[in-house]
Ligand binder design. Structure first.
Ligand SMILES: NC(=O)c1ccc[n+]([C@@H]2O[C@H](COP(=O)([O-])OP(=O)(O)OC[C@H]3O[C@@H](n4cnc5c(N)ncnc54)[C@H](O)[C@@H]3O)[C@@H](O)[C@H]2O)c1
Length: 316
Protein backbone atom coordinates (compact mmCIF):
# COMPACT_ATOMS: atom_id res chain seq x y z
CA UNK A 1 0.00 0.00 0.00
CA UNK A 2 1.02 3.60 -0.56
CA UNK A 3 -0.09 5.77 2.37
CA UNK A 4 -0.15 9.57 2.40
CA UNK A 5 0.02 11.05 5.91
CA UNK A 6 -0.84 14.72 6.38
CA UNK A 7 0.70 16.08 9.57
CA UNK A 8 3.12 13.17 9.30
CA UNK A 9 5.92 15.03 11.13
CA UNK A 10 3.79 15.26 14.30
CA UNK A 11 3.60 13.06 17.40
CA UNK A 12 1.16 10.51 16.00
CA UNK A 13 2.09 10.93 12.34
CA UNK A 14 5.79 10.17 12.77
CA UNK A 15 5.02 6.93 14.65
CA UNK A 16 2.31 5.98 12.19
CA UNK A 17 4.75 6.48 9.30
CA UNK A 18 7.34 4.29 11.04
CA UNK A 19 4.73 1.58 11.72
CA UNK A 20 3.53 1.55 8.10
CA UNK A 21 7.09 1.37 6.78
CA UNK A 22 7.88 -1.39 9.26
CA UNK A 23 5.12 -3.53 7.78
CA UNK A 24 6.26 -2.89 4.22
CA UNK A 25 4.00 -0.03 3.10
CA UNK A 26 5.22 2.99 1.11
CA UNK A 27 4.69 6.33 2.86
CA UNK A 28 4.52 9.95 1.73
CA UNK A 29 4.48 12.53 4.51
CA UNK A 30 2.92 15.94 3.97
CA UNK A 31 3.60 18.59 6.59
CA UNK A 32 4.32 22.30 6.91
CA UNK A 33 7.32 21.61 9.10
CA UNK A 34 10.36 19.66 8.07
CA UNK A 35 11.11 17.84 11.32
CA UNK A 36 12.85 14.57 10.64
CA UNK A 37 10.24 12.16 9.39
CA UNK A 38 10.42 8.38 9.43
CA UNK A 39 13.45 7.13 7.50
CA UNK A 40 12.52 6.04 3.99
CA UNK A 41 9.26 8.04 3.93
CA UNK A 42 9.01 10.56 1.09
CA UNK A 43 8.49 14.08 2.34
CA UNK A 44 6.47 16.88 0.73
CA UNK A 45 6.45 20.22 2.47
CA UNK A 46 2.89 21.31 1.79
CA UNK A 47 -0.09 22.92 3.44
CA UNK A 48 -3.47 21.23 3.68
CA UNK A 49 -5.27 24.58 3.58
CA UNK A 50 -7.12 25.81 0.51
CA UNK A 51 -4.82 27.22 -2.17
CA UNK A 52 -5.53 30.56 -3.78
CA UNK A 53 -6.24 29.10 -7.18
CA UNK A 54 -7.22 25.46 -6.80
CA UNK A 55 -10.48 24.35 -5.23
CA UNK A 56 -8.85 21.51 -3.35
CA UNK A 57 -5.52 23.24 -2.77
CA UNK A 58 -2.04 21.77 -2.89
CA UNK A 59 -3.15 18.49 -1.40
CA UNK A 60 -5.10 17.83 -4.60
CA UNK A 61 -1.92 18.12 -6.66
CA UNK A 62 -0.02 15.76 -4.39
CA UNK A 63 -2.83 13.21 -4.44
CA UNK A 64 -3.10 13.43 -8.25
CA UNK A 65 0.65 12.93 -8.59
CA UNK A 66 1.27 10.23 -6.01
CA UNK A 67 -2.11 8.39 -6.11
CA UNK A 68 -2.02 6.96 -2.58
CA UNK A 69 -4.22 4.02 -1.62
CA UNK A 70 -5.12 5.72 1.66
CA UNK A 71 -4.84 9.17 3.22
CA UNK A 72 -4.27 9.42 6.95
CA UNK A 73 -5.34 12.99 7.59
CA UNK A 74 -3.62 14.06 10.82
CA UNK A 75 -2.67 17.69 10.07
CA UNK A 76 -4.45 19.88 12.59
CA UNK A 77 -4.12 22.62 15.12
CA UNK A 78 -4.70 21.19 18.60
CA UNK A 79 -6.97 22.55 21.34
CA UNK A 80 -4.83 25.32 22.85
CA UNK A 81 -3.62 26.79 19.54
CA UNK A 82 -7.12 26.60 18.09
CA UNK A 83 -8.26 29.06 20.76
CA UNK A 84 -5.29 31.43 20.39
CA UNK A 85 -5.42 31.48 16.56
CA UNK A 86 -9.00 30.70 15.63
CA UNK A 87 -8.59 31.93 12.04
CA UNK A 88 -5.74 29.50 11.40
CA UNK A 89 -7.59 26.70 13.21
CA UNK A 90 -10.60 27.25 10.99
CA UNK A 91 -8.52 27.05 7.81
CA UNK A 92 -6.26 24.15 8.80
CA UNK A 93 -8.85 22.01 10.57
CA UNK A 94 -11.91 22.66 8.41
CA UNK A 95 -10.50 23.49 4.98
CA UNK A 96 -7.95 20.71 5.55
CA UNK A 97 -10.48 17.88 5.99
CA UNK A 98 -12.62 19.24 3.16
CA UNK A 99 -9.63 19.35 0.81
CA UNK A 100 -8.62 15.81 1.69
CA UNK A 101 -12.15 14.45 1.22
CA UNK A 102 -12.51 16.35 -2.06
CA UNK A 103 -9.18 15.00 -3.32
CA UNK A 104 -10.28 11.47 -2.35
CA UNK A 105 -13.61 11.94 -4.18
CA UNK A 106 -12.10 13.50 -7.31
CA UNK A 107 -9.35 10.92 -7.68
CA UNK A 108 -11.42 7.92 -6.55
CA UNK A 109 -9.06 7.01 -3.73
CA UNK A 110 -9.40 4.20 -1.23
CA UNK A 111 -9.59 5.11 2.40
CA UNK A 112 -9.47 8.34 4.40
CA UNK A 113 -8.54 7.87 8.08
CA UNK A 114 -9.21 10.73 10.48
CA UNK A 115 -8.53 11.10 14.23
CA UNK A 116 -11.26 12.89 16.17
CA UNK A 117 -11.23 13.59 19.89
CA UNK A 118 -13.03 13.35 23.22
CA UNK A 119 -12.92 17.17 22.97
CA UNK A 120 -16.01 16.89 20.73
CA UNK A 121 -17.97 16.49 23.97
CA UNK A 122 -18.53 19.49 26.18
CA UNK A 123 -18.71 19.78 29.92
CA UNK A 124 -21.26 18.06 32.13
CA UNK A 125 -21.92 15.18 29.73
CA UNK A 126 -22.10 12.56 32.47
CA UNK A 127 -19.70 9.79 33.40
CA UNK A 128 -19.50 7.77 30.21
CA UNK A 129 -19.86 9.01 26.65
CA UNK A 130 -20.96 6.58 23.94
CA UNK A 131 -20.36 6.71 20.17
CA UNK A 132 -23.64 8.59 19.85
CA UNK A 133 -23.66 10.85 22.91
CA UNK A 134 -24.60 14.45 22.08
CA UNK A 135 -21.57 16.46 20.96
CA UNK A 136 -21.64 20.06 22.15
CA UNK A 137 -17.94 20.96 22.46
CA UNK A 138 -16.77 23.81 24.65
CA UNK A 139 -13.84 24.82 22.42
CA UNK A 140 -13.23 25.56 18.75
CA UNK A 141 -10.94 22.52 18.37
CA UNK A 142 -13.83 20.25 19.38
CA UNK A 143 -16.15 22.11 17.01
CA UNK A 144 -13.78 21.50 14.09
CA UNK A 145 -13.52 17.82 15.01
CA UNK A 146 -17.32 17.42 15.13
CA UNK A 147 -17.49 18.99 11.69
CA UNK A 148 -14.71 16.71 10.43
CA UNK A 149 -16.64 13.65 11.63
CA UNK A 150 -19.88 14.84 10.04
CA UNK A 151 -18.25 15.87 6.75
CA UNK A 152 -16.50 12.53 6.49
CA UNK A 153 -19.74 10.62 7.04
CA UNK A 154 -21.43 12.87 4.45
CA UNK A 155 -18.70 12.09 1.87
CA UNK A 156 -19.13 8.39 2.64
CA UNK A 157 -22.91 8.44 2.25
CA UNK A 158 -23.06 10.86 -0.70
CA UNK A 159 -19.94 9.93 -2.71
CA UNK A 160 -18.82 6.57 -1.36
CA UNK A 161 -15.51 7.87 0.03
CA UNK A 162 -14.36 5.21 2.52
CA UNK A 163 -14.05 7.58 5.50
CA UNK A 164 -13.06 5.95 8.81
CA UNK A 165 -12.57 7.80 12.07
CA UNK A 166 -11.26 7.02 15.56
CA UNK A 167 -12.56 9.35 18.26
CA UNK A 168 -9.67 9.29 20.72
CA UNK A 169 -9.28 9.78 24.46
CA UNK A 170 -6.67 12.30 25.63
CA UNK A 171 -3.37 11.02 24.28
CA UNK A 172 -0.31 10.30 26.39
CA UNK A 173 3.00 10.76 24.57
CA UNK A 174 6.52 11.70 25.65
CA UNK A 175 6.21 15.00 23.79
CA UNK A 176 5.45 18.49 25.07
CA UNK A 177 1.68 18.83 25.47
CA UNK A 178 -0.36 21.20 23.34
CA UNK A 179 0.06 24.69 24.80
CA UNK A 180 -3.02 25.90 26.61
CA UNK A 181 -4.84 22.56 26.54
CA UNK A 182 -6.69 21.75 29.79
CA UNK A 183 -5.44 18.15 29.43
CA UNK A 184 -1.79 19.32 29.29
CA UNK A 185 -1.25 18.11 32.86
CA UNK A 186 -1.32 14.52 31.62
CA UNK A 187 1.95 14.80 29.65
CA UNK A 188 3.36 17.44 32.02
CA UNK A 189 3.21 14.92 34.88
CA UNK A 190 5.58 12.48 33.17
CA UNK A 191 7.87 15.14 31.70
CA UNK A 192 8.05 16.95 35.06
CA UNK A 193 8.76 13.73 36.95
CA UNK A 194 11.65 12.74 34.67
CA UNK A 195 13.19 16.13 33.92
CA UNK A 196 12.47 18.11 37.10
CA UNK A 197 11.99 15.38 39.67
CA UNK A 198 8.41 16.38 40.37
CA UNK A 199 5.18 18.05 39.35
CA UNK A 200 2.38 20.01 41.03
CA UNK A 201 -1.10 19.34 39.66
CA UNK A 202 -3.52 22.22 39.18
CA UNK A 203 -6.36 19.70 38.92
CA UNK A 204 -8.18 17.65 41.56
CA UNK A 205 -6.79 14.22 42.55
CA UNK A 206 -10.23 12.59 42.25
CA UNK A 207 -10.85 13.63 38.61
CA UNK A 208 -11.01 10.63 36.31
CA UNK A 209 -9.94 11.07 32.69
CA UNK A 210 -9.99 8.77 29.62
CA UNK A 211 -6.46 8.28 28.26
CA UNK A 212 -4.72 6.38 25.47
CA UNK A 213 -1.00 5.79 24.90
CA UNK A 214 0.34 7.06 21.56
CA UNK A 215 1.31 3.58 20.30
CA UNK A 216 -2.24 2.39 20.96
CA UNK A 217 -3.48 5.41 18.96
CA UNK A 218 -1.32 4.29 16.03
CA UNK A 219 -2.48 0.69 16.50
CA UNK A 220 -6.15 1.71 16.49
CA UNK A 221 -5.76 3.77 13.31
CA UNK A 222 -4.04 0.88 11.52
CA UNK A 223 -6.58 -1.67 12.79
CA UNK A 224 -9.51 0.44 11.60
CA UNK A 225 -7.79 1.01 8.26
CA UNK A 226 -7.29 -2.73 7.79
CA UNK A 227 -10.78 -3.81 8.91
CA UNK A 228 -12.88 -5.43 6.17
CA UNK A 229 -15.72 -3.11 5.11
CA UNK A 230 -18.38 -5.69 5.94
CA UNK A 231 -17.32 -5.64 9.60
CA UNK A 232 -17.98 -1.92 10.03
CA UNK A 233 -21.36 -0.94 11.45
CA UNK A 234 -20.45 2.76 11.59
CA UNK A 235 -17.84 5.26 10.41
CA UNK A 236 -16.79 6.89 13.69
CA UNK A 237 -15.57 4.72 16.57
CA UNK A 238 -14.58 5.64 20.10
CA UNK A 239 -11.25 4.39 21.42
CA UNK A 240 -10.00 4.42 25.03
CA UNK A 241 -6.93 2.94 26.70
CA UNK A 242 -7.58 3.40 30.43
CA UNK A 243 -9.34 5.92 32.63
CA UNK A 244 -7.48 6.42 35.90
CA UNK A 245 -8.02 9.20 38.40
CA UNK A 246 -5.29 11.82 38.56
CA UNK A 247 -4.30 10.34 41.94
CA UNK A 248 -3.95 6.89 40.36
CA UNK A 249 -1.72 8.37 37.64
CA UNK A 250 0.44 10.02 40.30
CA UNK A 251 0.60 6.80 42.34
CA UNK A 252 1.71 4.81 39.28
CA UNK A 253 4.59 7.25 38.74
CA UNK A 254 5.52 7.19 42.43
CA UNK A 255 5.70 3.39 42.44
CA UNK A 256 8.41 3.64 39.76
CA UNK A 257 10.13 6.77 41.08
CA UNK A 258 9.89 6.68 44.92
CA UNK A 259 11.72 10.00 45.31
CA UNK A 260 9.54 11.95 42.90
CA UNK A 261 7.83 15.03 44.40
CA UNK A 262 4.19 15.13 43.35
CA UNK A 263 1.70 17.54 44.88
CA UNK A 264 -1.73 19.06 44.35
CA UNK A 265 -2.54 22.77 44.27
CA UNK A 266 -5.84 22.80 42.35
CA UNK A 267 -6.78 25.96 40.48
CA UNK A 268 -10.60 25.95 40.55
CA UNK A 269 -11.03 27.01 36.91
CA UNK A 270 -8.94 24.39 35.04
CA UNK A 271 -9.64 21.84 37.78
CA UNK A 272 -13.37 22.43 37.36
CA UNK A 273 -13.12 22.04 33.58
CA UNK A 274 -11.26 18.72 33.83
CA UNK A 275 -13.64 17.51 36.55
CA UNK A 276 -16.65 18.22 34.32
CA UNK A 277 -15.39 16.06 31.45
CA UNK A 278 -16.63 12.54 30.78
CA UNK A 279 -14.59 10.10 32.86
CA UNK A 280 -14.92 7.22 30.41
CA UNK A 281 -15.43 6.57 26.69
CA UNK A 282 -17.49 3.53 25.79
CA UNK A 283 -15.56 1.77 23.00
CA UNK A 284 -17.51 -1.49 22.87
CA UNK A 285 -18.47 -0.99 19.20
CA UNK A 286 -14.82 -0.72 18.14
CA UNK A 287 -14.07 -3.85 20.18
CA UNK A 288 -16.97 -5.77 18.63
CA UNK A 289 -16.56 -4.63 15.00
CA UNK A 290 -12.80 -4.67 14.44
CA UNK A 291 -11.29 -6.15 17.55
CA UNK A 292 -9.99 -2.99 19.21
CA UNK A 293 -8.23 -3.71 22.51
CA UNK A 294 -5.64 -1.41 24.05
CA UNK A 295 -2.23 -3.00 24.59
CA UNK A 296 -1.32 -0.46 27.31
CA UNK A 297 -3.24 -0.10 30.58
CA UNK A 298 -2.21 2.52 33.17
CA UNK A 299 0.74 0.41 34.32
CA UNK A 300 1.99 -0.38 30.82
CA UNK A 301 1.54 3.20 29.69
CA UNK A 302 3.41 4.56 32.72
CA UNK A 303 6.30 2.16 32.05
CA UNK A 304 6.39 3.14 28.38
CA UNK A 305 6.25 6.91 28.79
CA UNK A 306 8.82 7.00 31.62
CA UNK A 307 11.18 4.70 29.69
CA UNK A 308 10.98 6.83 26.55
CA UNK A 309 11.56 10.06 28.48
CA UNK A 310 14.48 8.54 30.36
CA UNK A 311 16.02 7.31 27.09
CA UNK A 312 15.63 10.78 25.55
CA UNK A 313 17.30 12.30 28.61
CA UNK A 314 20.29 9.98 28.48
CA UNK A 315 20.60 10.46 24.69
CA UNK A 316 20.36 14.28 24.97
N1 LIG B 1 -2.68 14.72 20.82
C1 LIG B 1 -3.89 14.31 21.22
O1 LIG B 1 -4.20 14.19 22.43
C2 LIG B 1 -4.93 13.97 20.20
C3 LIG B 1 -6.13 13.40 20.64
C4 LIG B 1 -7.12 13.13 19.71
C5 LIG B 1 -6.91 13.43 18.37
N2 LIG B 1 -5.73 13.97 17.96
C6 LIG B 1 -5.58 14.30 16.55
O2 LIG B 1 -4.51 13.55 15.98
C7 LIG B 1 -3.90 14.32 14.94
C8 LIG B 1 -2.39 14.41 15.17
O3 LIG B 1 -2.17 14.94 16.47
P1 LIG B 1 -0.70 15.06 17.10
O4 LIG B 1 -0.86 14.91 18.56
O5 LIG B 1 0.24 14.18 16.35
O6 LIG B 1 -0.41 16.59 16.80
P2 LIG B 1 0.95 17.29 16.33
O7 LIG B 1 0.77 18.75 16.57
O8 LIG B 1 2.12 16.61 16.92
O9 LIG B 1 0.93 16.99 14.75
C9 LIG B 1 0.15 17.74 13.85
C10 LIG B 1 1.00 17.99 12.62
O10 LIG B 1 0.21 18.73 11.67
C11 LIG B 1 1.08 19.63 11.03
N3 LIG B 1 0.32 20.72 10.42
C12 LIG B 1 -0.28 21.76 11.04
N4 LIG B 1 -0.85 22.57 10.15
C13 LIG B 1 -0.64 22.03 8.92
C14 LIG B 1 -1.00 22.40 7.61
N5 LIG B 1 -1.69 23.53 7.38
N6 LIG B 1 -0.62 21.61 6.57
C15 LIG B 1 0.11 20.48 6.80
N7 LIG B 1 0.49 20.09 8.03
C16 LIG B 1 0.11 20.83 9.08
C17 LIG B 1 2.01 20.11 12.14
O11 LIG B 1 3.20 20.71 11.61
C18 LIG B 1 2.25 18.83 12.92
O12 LIG B 1 3.42 18.16 12.47
C19 LIG B 1 -4.60 15.68 14.93
O13 LIG B 1 -5.62 15.65 13.97
C20 LIG B 1 -5.21 15.75 16.32
O14 LIG B 1 -6.33 16.59 16.35
C21 LIG B 1 -4.74 14.23 18.84
Amino acid sequence: MHALITGGAGSIGSRLAAALIERGDRVTVVDVRADPVAPSASFERADVRVGETQAAGFIDGIVAETRPDAIFHLASLLSGSSETDSELAWRVNLDGIRNVLEAARIHGLGRVLFPSSVATFGMGVGDTVTDDSPQWPAGLYGVTKVLGERLGVYYYQRFGVDFRCVRLSAMVAPTAPAAGAASAFVCELYIGAVRDGGYTFKVYPHSRIPLVWVDDVVGSILQLHDAPANQLSRRVYQVMGSNPTVQEMADAVRRRMPDVKLGFDPDPVPAGVVDSWASSMDDTTARADWGWAPRFDLEGMTDAVLAELAAEGSAG
